[in-house]
Design a protein around this ligand. Sequence first.
Ligand SMILES: Cc1cc2nc3c(=O)[nH]c(=O)nc-3n(C[C@H](O)[C@H](O)[C@H](O)COP(=O)(O)OP(=O)(O)OC[C@H]3O[C@@H](n4cnc5c(N)ncnc54)[C@H](O)[C@@H]3O)c2cc1C
Length: 358
Amino acid sequence: MKKPHIIILGCNFAGLTTARYIHAVVKGKANITIIDRKSLLTFVPNIPIQVLANINPAIDLQYKFMSFLEHDGSEFIQAEVTSIDLITNTVFYQPNERLGHPVRKINYDYLVIALGNRLAYDKIEGFDEFGHSVTDVFLGNRLRNYLRKDYKDGPIAITSDIFHQRKSDKLPKDMPIALTACEGPPVEMAFSIAHWLEKNFKGDTSTVFLSTPAEVIAEDAGETILNQLVPMMGKMGYHYQANTNGIKKVSKDGIEFNDGTSQEAEIAILFPDWEAHPFLKELPFTDDMGFVVTDMCMRNPDYQNIFAVGDAASITVPKIGSLGHMEAEVLANTIGKDLGIIKDDIKPMEFELLCMGI
Ligand SMILES: Cc1cc2nc3c(=O)[nH]c(=O)nc-3n(C[C@H](O)[C@H](O)[C@H](O)COP(=O)(O)OP(=O)(O)OC[C@H]3O[C@@H](n4cnc5c(N)ncnc54)[C@H](O)[C@@H]3O)c2cc1C
């Protein structure tokens, strides 16, 4: 009998983990192909630490994964995924190692979408010139260079834009709601940059202005933690503002918020909205924002051979990698059950938040 073909789109946290979990479950009873536009995994959580240690994050936070996939017998294609045809079960992709490739196609029996999201830096007026972030190695290195060469000991503001969360009546009930996509990183950044300021005799906690569009920062951490964290930050000397209602613009003077207030800043470290990829928004298995609708076993309720995991999945809220890891295991077991390899009932996804950075 022909082996089913499982295609995984995206090979960072969620995609690579899923590929390896599926391999471990199906044990050669399916062919696995993974497509990503790059052949290196980026370990995003540690970018801030590298920046403050004055190390280009591109040097040691990008890992080769090919040998693991080769070891598993999985195929990897380095290409830009351009579209999906649900009628013919086809993925269209364009190899991107060199420009000029024709668009190619590949058929799937099962499709896993692990493409993460796009960060809407381009929706923040002034970001290109005056915005900083630590969400990828390019921006990390840009901030590192500014701190090293240009920083004049001015205020450092750290904030998030509003996350436009999904709606779909096909999603499981009582899913978490969040006004920001991922607010652990701004809090961690506030702590670590204050330490950097003190160590380099450039300032202290009072140089750092932390704010959130939500009622309270890092609301997903839960009341017990927040009841201690927020007063503690105040006592330590951090400036803190809630309910900004998101970022209106950033300029050489600082950040203007949607609630009409502003924050002076020499450096504005911004975490934008987490948006779905434009080509996914067109597809009928996504929510109204373009994130893939799944049940708690990571399967789309209408297209039973379509799965999603990680930031691309609508149920992943907040958008953090540790949830993607847990979802990957559930997803692999679900496919294992479909293929008759697992006989027991599958334990669906249960949410638990973990910090992966060091
Ligand atoms: C500063 C910072 C710190 C963080 N710290 C933590 C932490 O401590 N703990 C935690 O759990 N999470 C943390 N997160 C969140 C975590 O980084 C993300 O949740 C995680 O990266 C999501 O994984 P993913 O695989 O779903 O998506 P991504 O990591 O975004 O990967 C998506 C992959 O898809 C590929 N791709 C996208 N579109 C295409 C296309 N059209 N064609 C081909 N390939 C494509 C990309 O190249 C990429 O490899 C942090 C985030 C930030 C910004």
